[in-house]
Design a protein around this ligand. Structure first.
Ligand SMILES: [Zn+2]
Length: 151
C-alpha cells in the first residue's frame, strides 16, 4: 500500500502519469544524454524538481561534481576517479550528493530505470547520517534506502 503522498509518484502499476511527465522533462532538459535521468525532490511533494543525469556531473542542481561528499573506506563513494563502477557517476549517487549539499534528511527520487547492482549495494552507505532516500521507478516501484551511517 502506498500513502496518499506516494500516489503522486507511484501506483501498483508503476510510475504515475505525472512522474513519467517529470522524467520526460528531465530527458528533454539534458539534450543528447542517452543514459539514466531522474528528478529529485527534497521533502515531500512533486514540486521544484531537480533534474539529475548520470555521468561525471549530475547537472546544474547539484551532484558529486560539487564535492562535499565523504569518500573512501566505509562510504559508498569510492575515492577512485569517476567510472561506471563508482556510484558517484550514477543518478542515485548524485541524488545522495544533493542531499549532503542541501543538508536534507529526506528526499524522493524518480528515476527512469531500476537501480543497478552498484546502487543496491552501496547507496545506503553514501547517504547523510540518519537520512532516507526513497527511490521510485516503473520496474521496482518503491525502494526505501536508509542511511547506514548514524550521527
Ligand atoms: Zn546505479
Amino acid at each position: 500500500m502506498f500513502t496518499s503522498e506516494e500516489l503522486l509518484y507511484v501506483t501498483d502499476h508503476g510510475l504515475t502519469v505525472r512522474a513519467h511527465a517529470m522524467l520526460a522533462a528531465a530527458r528533454a532538459y539534458f539534450v543528447g544524454h542517452q543514459e539514466a535521468v531522474g528528478a529529485l525532490f527534497i521533502e515531500h511533494g512533486m514540486q521544484y524538481p531537480m533534474f539529475l543525469k548520470s555521468g561525471y556531473e549530475g547537472g546544474p542542481w547539484g551532484g558529486t561534481q560539487r564535492g562535499s561528499v565523504p569518500r573512501g573506506r566505509g562510504w559508498g563513494f569510492t575515492s577512485g576517479g569517476p567510472s561506471q563502477g563508482n556510484i558517484a557517476t550514477h543518478v542515485e549517487g548524485h541524488a545522495s550528493a544533493v542531499m549532503w549539499q542541501r543538508t536534507a534528511g529526506y528526499a524522493v527520487l524518480i528515476v527512469d530505470r531500476p537501480m543497478c547492482s552498484v546502487c543496491h549495494r552501496s547507496l545506503h552507505a553514501t547517504l547523510p547520517p540518519n537520512s532516507t532516500l526513497v527511490v521510485y521507478s516503473d520496474e521496482e516501484g518503491r525502494t526505501i534506502v536508509r542511511a547506514s551511517h548514524a550521527r
